[in-house]
Design a protein around this ligand. Structure first.
Ligand code: HSE
Length: 441
């Protein structure tokens, strides 16, 4: 066994970074045995050096991240700062100085993974980022290595814990979105500014990374269709329940039927209660992978938090250190298929549309005609008269309003959008209360 230690620089020492430092210390002997050499924390770059960090050696703290990555004796840089700049420059500088990089930075990898991968190859070092998607859950390595001999057709996942917590609360307690968000904030799941989670940016970055790896092509966050969950209402959840479904914020990456393109999207969707993803509760994450030979696989676990994310970082650190010792590099980017990413309009799925309509003769026929004109086939229709239009004996009276819920067969998203636009123009359609895709069937 080599006695000269491998040197590790840590960029960032917040919730995840401090856990990485702690585990490197408490598990030092095991890490040494597994790697084949000791690993030494050689420096920790932070923005606020005065902050108390229990268990983190004060003498290693510096505010000069650039000097740290330029030292030349660093074997692996662990980046847990987040954001695009200055991190992209720090990582490429680390590569130029011979260090491999382990990153948890989904935003950067989803925005500009290509630059980072190219720089890693140029300098003969590793770029690993298991922690960037779904915290502790092994996903990048299984997709990149375990399934390297298979053909992945679909990745369907709950990759944001905050939004899963909110939807789970809405489902179990009947709470509205704001009430459930307040609870998520009080419990520390949602940040003071929850935009990245509730508007789907966090999940979209993860979808881009997963789609690129699953389909051996390049996908950036700009290619991902994104809708958050702020418009999901208690009525949507109740409607989903009546259909034997629940609502989840899903990241969906698919190969097209002809195999010539891919799509990546994030939006709330109804899924049947008997789908494995329906049982993913609270802030847990899960990703369902469908591959030609393997069939259906599901990966489940904690998708966030200091220790779970540090677990994924440490796994990458061990792999990068082993490669350094063997003077080699691991599996890098695979983007040889160069499949284009199709727009959302080409996605084919099912829809649940809730309309407020006039309750009078011919309305149902009018609505059905609009669907037919756009080649969208209706699966089921449910109509319920509103109290306002109900007579003394409880019978619906003409001139009142009704709620009409239409569930379609599979249709292109563009056809559905055109259908909804045409429905809005009908005098008898007073409003489109909600449109939600139905997945996982
Ligand atoms: N904010 C994310 C979540 C964790 O709620 O899952 C970090 O990606």
């Amino acid at each position: 066994m080599r006695t000269r230690p491998l040197k590790v620089a840590l960029l960032g020492c917040g919730v995840v970074g401090s856990e990485v430092a702690r585990i490197m210390t408490t598990h030092a002997d095991d890490l040494t045995a597994r790697i084949g050499a000791p690993v030494e924390l050689a420096g920790i770059a932070v923005r606020r050096p005065d902050r108390v960090r229990r268990g983190v050696p004060a003498e290693l703290i510096t505010t000069d991240a650039t000097a740290l990555v330029k030292r030349g004796d660093i074997d692996v840089v662990v980046e847990v700062i987040g954001g695009i700049e200055p991190v992209r420059t720090l990582i490429t500088t680390a590569f130029e100085h011979g260090a491999s990089v382990v990153s948890a930075n989904k935003a950067l990898l989803a925005a500009d993974g290509a630059t980072l991968h190219a720089a890693a190859v140029q300098h003969g070092v590793d770029l690993y980022y298991e922690a960037a998607v779904a915290g502790a859950i092994p996903l990048i390595r299984p997709l990149r290595e375990s399934l390297a001999g298979d053909k992945v057709n679909r990745v369907l996942g709950i990759v944001n814990g905050t939004t899963n917590f909110i939807l789970d609360r809405m489902d179990t307690t009947g709470a509205g979105y704001s009430e459930a968000l307040d609870e998520a904030t009080a419990l520390g799941y949602a940040e003071a500014d929850p935009t990245a989670d509730v508007e789907g940016f966090d999940a979209a970055a993860k979808a881009a990374i997963l789609a690129g790896i699953a389909f051996h092509t390049r996908v950036t966050i700009d290619d991902v269709h994104r809708e958050g969950l702020t418009e999901v209402t208690a009525a949507d959840i109740a409607s989903a329940k009546r259909m034997g479904c629940t609502v989840k914020l899903l990241a969906i990456c698919e190969r097209s039927a002809d195999g010539k393109s891919v799509t990546a999207r994030v939006h709330p969707a109804m899924i049947p209660l008997n789908h494995p993803l329906a049982s993913v509760r609270e802030a847990y994450n899960a990703v369902f992978v469908e591959a030609d030979a393997a069939g259906q696989l599901m990966f489940y676990g904690p998708g966030a938090g200091g220790a779970p994310t540090a677990s994924a970082v440490l796994g990458d650190l061990v792999a990068a250190c082993r490669n350094k010792l063997a003077n080699t590099t691991g599996v890098g980017e695979s983007a040889y298929t160069q499949l284009p990413v199709s727009p959302m309009g080409e996605v084919v799925t099912r829809y649940h549309i809730s309309l407020d309509v006039a309750d009078k003769p011919g309305v149902l026929a009018q609505v059905a005609t609009v669907f037919a004109e756009h080649q969208v086939s209706i699966d089921t229709v449910r109509q319920q008269s509103r109290d306002r239009g109900t007579g003394a004996e409880g019978a619906a009276v003409e001139g009142g309003e009704a709620s009409l819920v239409v569930v379609t067969h599979r249709a292109p998203d563009a056809a559905l959008s055109a259908t909804v636009a045409a429905l809005r123009k009908l005098d008898t359609v007073r409003g489109v209360a909600s449109i939600m895709r139905v997945e996982g069937e």
